[in-house]
Design a protein around this ligand. Structure first.
Ligand SMILES: O=c1[nH]cnc2c1ncn2[C@@H]1O[C@H](CO)[C@@H](O)[C@H]1O
Length: 329
């Protein structure tokens, strides 16, 4: 009996985290996908695609291409929604092909015959409470999954969101961060859905910088992941130099992926997040720390709380990313 219990404990502690990455690849998305593939703690169930850095069709093509580039065609790709209210594509950050204007040949594989939202609902039903979705683009697919199955928020294990700018300016405009701005209505649905949510904003990811020295190390590494990334990083570096006046690039997506793998890399505070969906502050994430009892009912009152990252061990995150990308399987 004791042995059986011990075996069960062993199974629990060695069980890999089941992840689905909802992604708009994207240069830092490529890094995040590769870090996931190099993470022994992770079982990658699939990729779902979304517009943002590129249109959804290209996101699907790039997701398939990235998996082919590193020999992981065993991982399914489900294509996501093509539409938000108004599409804004960040080709100025990632290039018109989304992968540093390298114009790679088209992938040979195809997405599964199922929408991203249906794939997400299916995985949540297959492994209730065990699937973590790492959402690296606008939250349209997740909002559609909730529409498809209102019990999705309770069945999904956790949703780790790269999205929002908490007490700092946005990166689209002073109000809004790109992923939330991409579909603010979807974001508000997801944030107030009651799912177990961990949000990582650009107040965190702007602390996680890949320096020029790190880039050189990547270039010197002969891991297939580092070799691939070295090809596509140039444009992303140029963008950061021009837009942010920094030598280095922000590791938004891989940092968020690692928060899903090891939440102890960040600290969090809990409260209610609502998203502004109209006007000049469209896409603004407004966080109520629930520290004050307001005199009247507000749009935040009684809404489910989420965890928002407030600090990050940035050197540890960068080191983990570098370690995983500069070694091979
Ligand atoms: O200046 C920008 N405008 C639009 N998108 C950006 C910018 N910088 C980075 N990203 C992309 O949006 C997410 C983080 O907000 C990341 O996925 C990043 O690749």
């Amino acid at each position: 009996m004791a042995a059986a219990a011990a075996a069960e404990v062993e199974k629990m502690t060695t069980r890999k985290k089941k992840l689905v990455i909802d992604t708009d690849p994207g240069i830092d998305d490529a890094m995040a996908i590769f870090v996931a593939l190099r993470s022994p703690e992770v079982e990658l169930l699939g990729l779902t695609t979304i517009f943002g850095n590129v249109y959804t069709t290209l996101a699907t093509r790039n997701a398939l291409h990235l998996l082919e580039a590193v020999g992981r065609t065993d991982i399914p790709v489900a294509e996501g929604s093509h539409k938000a209210t108004k599409l804004r594509i960040a080709s100025f950050v990632h290039g018109s092909d989304g992968l540093g204007n390298q114009n790679f040949p088209p992938p040979t594989g195809k997405p599964v015959d199922q929408s991203a939202a249906a794939f997400l609902v299916e995985q949540a039903n297959l492994y209730p409470g065990q699937v973590t979705v790492v959402a690296l683009g606008p939250l349209t697919n997740l909002a559609l999954a909730i529409e498809l199955d209102p019990s999705f928020p309770k069945k999904i294990g956790q949703i780790v969101i790269l999205g929002g700018a908490y007490s700092v300016n946005g990166n689209v405009n002073p109000a809004a961060e790109a992923n939330i701005f991409g579909d603010p209505d979807a974001a508000d649905i997801v944030f107030t859905s009651g799912a177990d949510i961990l949000a990582v904003g650009i107040n965190i990811t702007h602390q996680v910088v890949l320096s020029d020295a790190d880039r050189e190390k990547l270039e010197q590494s002969d891991s297939k992941y580092a070799r691939y990334l070295s090809k596509i990083l140039g444009l992303y570096y140029n963008y950061h130099r021009d837009a942010y006046f920094i030598e280095g690039v922000y590791l938004h997506d891989p940092a968020t992926l690692l928060a899903a793998v090891d939440p102890s890399l960040m600290t969090y505070t809990e409260g209610v997040v609502r998203v502004q969906t109209v006007g000049i502050t469209k896409g603004l994430t407004v966080f109520d720390t629930t520290k004050k009892r307001y005199g009247e009912i507000t749009a935040w009152t009684g809404k489910p709380t989420v965890k928002v990252a407030v600090t990050v061990d940035a050197p540890a995150v960068v080191e983990m990313i570098m370690q995983r990308l500069t070694t091979d399987d």
